[in-house]
Design a protein around this ligand. Structure first.
Ligand code: ADP
Ligand code: ZN
Ligand code: ZN
Length: 751
């Protein structure tokens, strides 16, 4: 018998230790059980079987006096092949980087289970395509619904319920066609149909022509390929203006990497994993691509995961969690739009950033990481400027269309001269441009900041918001008690009657919703087709693809939406972009508010004039001299960076510190607060010079899903100092866990 150490797969913080089990020598000698093997072990008093991973083979037990009787490993689990040494290293690294149980890190590397469950009916044609034609043309089929069903099935298999819904008939009608022998109905596991095929009813997918790289692209390509070729760890920022043709560079680098027998991983924000994007890659690389995103069924994801694991494909495209794709010889990792917030995992531990994981994997494997963006994160740019990572830029658009002209409308003046419409939505200039664009038969996009946040207060006279003197964060208005609260440090006072900066009493306490804008737009353009895109309209499956396809088809003249519409879409007919509430973005209570605002403005502006005509952008704002607005209006990332980095340094935000945000969420506000407060008190007692503790304060979104949220913020000079402090704070370095009904979670910012 040998002693081995294992980690339980489903453990929480309490059980986050290596447990010792016994295993037959032969199983180890034959290599059936190795480091990384998944096994089932009896656990606890009831000896229930639990899946675990073998972490140490031949574990030496130091205290041999105690006669502890260890249990035996029950059997080898088939949930996946053993973890590789690289994966185990990564899990250990993540566990210390994010101060979370190692099991949570291992769970990121386990493929989604192929479902055993639900089967549904699928319909396919039981006759040839020619027979469908004859049936329909000869008049044998008289019912138009029958004809439409057969026409639809020509493109391939459909779920009966989906098909019925689309045609607007009942499943019985499809059954009738089955009885007549035209259609075959079979049961199968419920799965998402193939993504590209799924879009067949939408707009036809444009083919993506291979471009010969222009000089600027070629220089970037050569530089990057030299890094990849070396097979040593390297990171590079690819800083290219919107439309500079980064995708073509990615494709050619990927192509060269696989020619050289390497594998490549392209991460994109979930929202840009459109059928259009995946079609481009399928066109270029055929079956050599695995696509991983959250809307695939578990069965599909399991299939793609296995194709990667079995080296059947050498390219994967996916959203955040695809970073854990089990490639063997990964040589290139690309994070497109690296500034996107969706690269941060927020919902469950480990709350990681995909860029950090990419960096760790690349270190282990000797791979290159490319961070692509027109508006990189301040942290990334800082690393590039300080020479920590490589840096290459593309200053021109690939197809030579100039960047759009951006006009900033000063809403303070507009109000004074009475130029606003009744609700203060459209300024006279914007209205004029809307009319002109509509008359010219072009498309317009209008951006409104997402709803659902706490109310902000904005002086309509001077355009300023009231900020916390301690944190420089905008204070948030709370109707209850008529108070202003800093969501960072918790400072609060009664909302003043007049603006402390200019003396005016003209405070605005409301945001603007997408729905309202659509209504107002419809009044001006009663004939127009207006699409709305926000979380309400896209919560149905494929909702956002359908909307985008509809807009791309040119049937609608206006698209009104939240940040969702800003991302990477290429609509050549859009020549006007309106940004309606620039201030509300800038005034978010978050140290990254300016950065996000600048990124969004730039992305939005990048939507205009991508085709042959020059685009125009109109930004309506009160705080017109805010640097996020001025820099975005002159397409000047450097200007933005120069201003922002000063603020970060002065207030000790990342990259000049590392921050840890501990969040408490519970149904009972008082209980949640008191637990957060107890934590905070203990921390402050233990606190040394190395860390600074702020809070407890209400979270920037104070209540989500009926749970009240409080936060403690810890600042320190580097991640390790913070995790060291947390280790000291929690007994024996045990990780955090929930306190009764209050959920505790940790999020790190900054390195
Ligand atoms: P980015 O991702 O950098 O914003 P894209 O990759 O979407 O830019 O490219 C913008 C447009 O330029 C696309 O329509 C693309 O087809 C086109 N393009 C890319 N490379 C070239 C090139 N070398 N010559 C001409 N057009 C190009
Ligand atoms: Zn004022
Ligand atoms: Zn504060």
């Amino acid at each position: 018998m040998k002693q081995v150490g294992v980690h339980l797969l489903q453990s929480n913080a309490t059980f986050d230790i290596e447990y010792t089990y016994l295993v037959d020598d032969t199983l180890v000698e034959s290599g059936e059980i190795i480091r990384g093997s998944f096994v089932d072990v009896p656990f606890g008093v009831r000896k229930q079987l639990q899946t675990a991973v073998v972490w140490t083979i031949d574990k030496k037990i130091e205290d041999t006096d105690k006669k502890i009787k260890f249990k035996k490993i029950e059997n080898i689990s088939n949930i996946r092949a053993p973890l590789t040494e690289s994966e185990m290293l990564l899990a250990e690294k993540m566990s210390s980087l994010y101060f979370c149980p190692i099991s949570a890190c291992i769970r990121c590397m386990v493929p989604p289970e192929a479902p055993k469950g639900r089967q549904v009916n699928y319909a396919t044609l039981n006759i040839t395509l020619e027979e469908v034609e004859t049936l329909c043309d000869s008049g044998q089929l008289k019912n138009i619904v029958h004809i439409r069903i057969l026409e639809n099935l020509k493109a391939g298999r459909r779920r009966v319920s989906d098909l019925a819904k689309e045609i607007g008939c009942t499943a019985a009608v499809i059954n009738t066609l089955a009885k007549r022998g035209y259609v075959k109905i079979e049961k199968d596991y419920c799965e998402q149909e193939d993504f590209v095929r799924d879009n067949k009813n939408g707009a036809s997918l444009p083919t993506y022509n291979r471009h010969t790289l222009n000089a600027e692209q070629q220089t970037a390509y050569d530089f990057l390929w030299k890094l990849i070729e070396k097979q040593e760890f390297a990171e590079c920022l690819l800083h290219g203006v919107t439309g500079s043709g980064k995708t073509e560079i990615y494709m050619q680098l990927i192509s060269e990497t696989i020619k050289d027998n390497g594998s490549a991983l392209l991460l994109v924000p979930e929202i840009s994993l459109t059928p259009q994007m995946t079609a481009h890659f399928k066109n270029r690389f055929g079956d050599n691509v695995a696509i991983l995103h959250s809307r695939l069924s578990d069965k599909e994801r399991n299939r793609h995961w296995n194709r990667i694991k079995n080296s059947e494909v050498s390219i994967a495209i996916g959203a955040r969690s695809a970073i854990f794709a089990p490639f063997d010889n990964l040589r290139l990792i690309i994070l497109d739009e690296e500034h996107e917030a969706s690269y941060r995992s927020e919902d469950s531990a480990p709350r990681y950033h995909a860029a950090e994981i990419a960096e760790e994997i690349a270190k282990i494997k000797g791979a290159t990481v490319i961070y692509g963006s027109a508006t990189p994160r301040i942290e990334t740019y800082y690393r590039a400027l300080t020479g920590e990572i490589h840096h290459i830029s593309l200053k021109n658009r690939a197809n030579r269309t100039p960047l759009p002209q951006v006009e900033v409308i000063d809403m303070r003046e507009e109000r004074v001269v009475g130029n606003m419409d009744r609700l203060g939505i459209f300024s006279s200039q914007l209205k004029e441009e809307l009319e002109k664009n509509y008359k010219n038969g072009k498309q317009t996009m209008l951006f409104v900041h997402r709803r659902g946040y706490a109310k902000q207060i904005l002086c309509q006279s001077c355009g300023k918001t009231i900020k916390c003197v301690r944190c420089n964060m905008p204070m948030t208005y709370h109707e209850k008690g008529n108070r202003l609260i800093c969501h960072h440090c918790g400072r609060t006072f009664l909302s003043p009657e007049v603006c402390p900066l200019c003396g005016s009493a003209a405070f605005e306490k409301r945001g603007l919703g997408t729905q309202k804008v659509v209504e107002e737009l419809a009044k001006i353009f009663p004939e127009a087709t207006i699409l709305r895109m926000d979380t309400d309209t896209t919560s149905v499956r494929d909702g956002h693809e359908k909307l985008l396809a509809e807009f791309a088809s040119g049937k609608a003249q206006f698209l009104v939406g939240t940040q969702m519409i800003a991302k990477g879409h290429d609509f050549p007919q859009v020549t006007l972009v309106g940004i309606l509430s620039a201030d509300s973005l800038i005034n978010m209570p978050d140290y990254k508010a300016q950065e996000r605002a600048f990124q969004l403005f730039t992305q939005m502006a990048g939507r205009a004039g991508r085709g042959n005509s020059i685009g125009k952008v109109i930004m309506q704002a009160y705080s017109v001299d805010d640097y996020a607005i001025t820099a975005a209006s002159s397409h000047d990332y450097e200007e933005f960076y120069r201003n922002e980095i000063v603020v970060r340094e002065a207030l000790r935000y990342p990259p000049f510190s590392s921050m840890c945000i501990i969040r408490f969420a519970g149904e009972d506000d008082r209980e949640t607060y008191s637990i957060a407060n107890a934590f905070c008190g203990k921390m402050k007692e233990l606190c040394e010079q190395t860390v600074e503790i702020l809070g407890p304060a209400r979270a920037d979104i104070p209540k989500v899903n009926n749970k009240y949220r409080w936060v403690i913020t810890i600042k320190g000079d580097g991640r390790e100092i913070l995790t060291e402090f947390l280790r000291k704070f929690t007994e024996n370095g045990r990780k955090f866990q929930n306190c009764g009904k209050v959920a505790v979670s940790i999020n790190f910012h900054g390195r």
